[in-house]
Design a binder for this molecule. Sequence first.
Ligand code: SF4
Ligand code: SF4
Ligand code: SF4
Length: 309
Amino acid sequence: MTDRHLLSGTEPDLARDAGHPEPPPRVGFFTDTSVCIGCKACEVACKEWNAIPQDGLSLTGMSYDNTQGLGASTWRHVAFIEQQKPQVPAPDGRTRLPLVEAESDPSDGAGGELRWLMSSDVCKHCTHAACLDVCPTGSLFRTEFGTVVVQEDICNGCGYCVPACPYGVIEQRPSDGRAFKCTMCYDRLGAGQEPACAKACPTESIQFGPLDELRERAALRVDQLHAAGVDDARLYGHEPDDGVGGDGAFFLLLDKPEVYGLPPNPVVTTRDLPTMWKHAGAAALSLAGGLAVSFALPALLGEKRKGTR
Ligand code: SF4
Ligand code: SF4
Ligand code: SF4
């Protein structure tokens, strides 16, 4: 019997706590956005492997981003963020980072050069996944690899998971109401293969592997970038004691998470459920007690009166 809070906090034994007796090491993604070139091979590979319908090819006015965000038919989304930044001085003999830059326009007053931040977003496969906590059918489940999968043949389209996700990842498909998101290619993992998006990424911006190893690799990469003068490089979603207990898919970013449309301090939305149920239970007991007293008291007083006559 564990005295740990299973809906929040650190969770060292995720798959076993989910009922897998002999699980393999937990796996995940480390997405290093500093080497993403925005080729969208990951988006295409995901669509191809999972036979996901097209999103429609529209011009969004947001640089080369034509899908805008994750959704029922977009399980990988490559964001293109254009921003003006002061130049980062590079140590002698090194390439200045970020690699994509353009001539600055002195007339705009913003200063600095134009840079592109490109980042391939995906479901975070949260340690504490509220989507899974609220799913009434068992369509969402925790795999032996520690990932979170939604099963399209079991989903009943209730939509509870959609507002529960603190990242706005999972979405219902308008045509039939069922919810879809990245499965971390559960079928490929079962066959000993890496996910299709990681396999297709030509720059290894998407790295797949045991989560512990990825966290170590990511820490070294941040040190390397800081040494190269990229002081804004930071990790996002890697801390096992954050509001969701750490993400199974975490990122190296070159600016604040908000710039990429990511919540700065996500918290599992079911964190306070046990406290709420406790309060609701206490309130129900008080109500029942009050009702019992209000019925029993007049009866008792009546008996007493009869006795004194
Ligand atoms: S990011 Fe959202 S959809 Fe993905 S596991 Fe976490 S709560 Fe579920
Ligand atoms: S892991 Fe598989 S399902 Fe998830 S984004 Fe990559 S290709 Fe798509
Ligand atoms: S993550 Fe890799 S495959 Fe996806 S856009 Fe970036 S470089 Fe291309």
